[in-house]
Design a binder for this molecule. Sequence first.
Ligand code: PMP
Length: 388
Amino acid sequence: MKGRKLLMIPGPVEFEPDVLQAMAQPTTSHVAADFVEVFGRVLERVRQVFLCPSGQPFVVAGSGTLAMDMAACNLVEPGDRALVVSTGYFSDRLAAILERYGAQVTVVRAPVGSAPGLDEVEAVLRQGRFKLVTVTQVDTSTGVLADVRGIAALAQRYGALSVVDGVCATAAEECRQEEWGIDICFTASQKAIGTPPGLALLVASPRALEAWRARQAPVANYYADFANWLPIMQAYEARQAAYFATPAVNLIAALDVSLGHILAEGLDARFRRHARIGAACKAGIQALGLAQVAQPAVAAHTMTAPYFPAGIGAEVLKAILDAGVILAGGLHPEIKDRYFRIGHMGSVSDGDILATLGAVERGLAAAGYRFEAGAGVAAAQRELLKGW
Ligand code: PMP
């Protein structure tokens, strides 16, 4: 189709046609038997996708920021100490949210593009008793992939709860919530979950719910309070209708289809597909001579963040758009105007990556950048052909 563009930003992403079709079904009552069945199945599937068989899933209308709010407001009581492992803009947002609920926040950070070492995190944990430790699995402002497994293990060792922001990661980057001892993991529908924006997905471990139940202070957020949502989630999963606030009926129908795709592919296969496609994109960008924000040892598989070449700025994104691909500009305040972002998660295919690099090449050529035509596409193709 002539006017169609390929959406390759770090969320929202391209959605499967049957997911979009599910959204377009006539809206039913949120207490109708057919919807109760769909919502019940969604909750079971969320638990499977998060690899957390004993976890309690919550699916609530709102964006990823609501999921952040939900994690923070239910765990934090005024004066609690929280350690934020920061790898960029979204980690810092979580710190701000924790502070809003009265936490005393300590932030461990690294220079832009790298992640604090486990030894640095441990050194802070040794200094005092923290109620929780948060980490952003992929910080979308830098494309840095954090060692959530290592950080969750440290949190456990020091008696703290662990919270993982999986918004740019869950269902694409390896994360095994239960096995790795993560207490709260959350994401949003529009990323690797593959459903249009509008749903916050969160899974709480039994330990997280225990901590919430043991609170002295009331939860300082009405909409996000587990007390309001827990009975609703339990009822739908038991295939009974319940009401606290109207669920996003059409989005939940779409989520059911998308979660079905994720489980049919299998999580291990999905982690491998993202690793392979991520490597292809990065090889292509490198072959074009563009540096990347994330250090190779901590680079995400769900997105790539290339620096613009010298003398070229964000105007190249318009040329790339004209070549058929929608990419995102920079976000991290320290380097905002110096880089751009490519998302490759969800149902992203080999062809999408080749098309994206082709459009990046055409955009760069239009901006006057000199390179060997096809070098980026060829490098990506070589990567994709490995083990083909
Ligand atoms: N955390 C991360 C890592 C994100 O990438 C985003 C969104 N890009 C958010 C949180 C916030 O999600 P939303 O924009 O859906 O509120």
